[in-house]
Write a protein that binds this ligand. Sequence first.
Ligand code: PMP
Length: 403
Amino acid sequence: MSDANGNQELTQRWQQALMDNYGTPRLPLVSGEGARVRDADGREYLDFVSGIAVNALGHAHPAVVRAVSGQIATLGHVSNLFVAEPPVELAERLLQLLGRPGKVFFSNSGAEAVEAAFKIGRRTGRRHMVATEGGFHGRTLGALALTGQPGKRDPFLPLPGEVTHVPYGDADALRAAVTTDTALVILEPVQGENGAVVPPAGYLAAAREITRATGTLLVIDEVQTGIGRTGHWFEHQAQGVEPDVVTLAKGLGGGLPIGATVAFGEAAELLAPGHHGSTFGGNPVCCAAALAVLDTIAAEDILDRVKRTGERLRDGIEGLGHPLVAHVRGAGLLLGIVLTEPVAARVQQAAQEAGLLVNAVAPGVVRLVPPLIIGDDEVDALLGVLPAVLDEAAGDGEDRRSG
Ligand code: PMP
């Protein structure tokens, strides 16, 4: 469907049939290629959201299409009663990239990857856990217990576990909260949902030293940062830290649902047979897609490209000198435009009207998480429309203040 009333019709249908979990109008999209997507009216957009940091290789990448169609035509699903080659190969490849022997558990999402880490923590026999204020780890109850955003937690109290949330980036606060009764500390290397918040240098290393001293597991949640998003395979590697558990999802499957919980050393032995499972986890089609993503990132030097494009994007936006932009923060292609006014929703709307998809992740922060394959052309296209978009959003802001 792609006609003049396509958006309106699809919108009416989803409003009838789907739960409104997000409370905002959603643009109906019908197709995509590379960093471009098309809506149901046939209008094209430059995609700097990429399914919330998921479509690492963009839309309809030939390597992913080939891998998925080849695998579904060969063996689409086997369940956890059997094993297929793609999950075995993917686990081997992830461990190789992570650089240490360990064990992988596959699931279907970021929240599930964190749930498995939560259960590993419980198996230490300790109950207390430490997470960060503003941190996001998913919406299932265990992951939500670790999430440090009250608006998402409060409707579901009490949540499992005994979790202390400490200010993100504050090593002293972490040291004060972690004891020999603490099962795990979970941290994002850059807080994604909180608006691309980068901790001070040395924070992850301090967390490693603190957790080592108390025999506490260090879980690094790389669901958003992992698989090249920051210009490294994994951001914790760039920080020179060896966690006990790493969680992955989002970009790993290049658009297919997959989560992975990777455990090292003793942490890899804490879940015994019968303790955990998933019917779909390790699905061969999703694993084949993930292998295509890893192959393509390696073959096309995408990590270097992410570093270069990320810098160009950040410098370009700051270089606009627009009064609505305070600064740009983040790492690689996980960036947050920090605004001088809380008008991110208006920036998102004005951008969409100008044919650019961005994400208002907080009232004062616009998140950019484009496909990792973007180049200078896409960056320049964004920089070309952004000044007018920001003018429009700032203009609305003035209207609101005077009204
Ligand atoms: N952890 C982090 C760091 C995330 O950014 C997210 C998703 N935004 C999750 C966990 C949860 O992932 P999912 O939505 O796939 O459950």
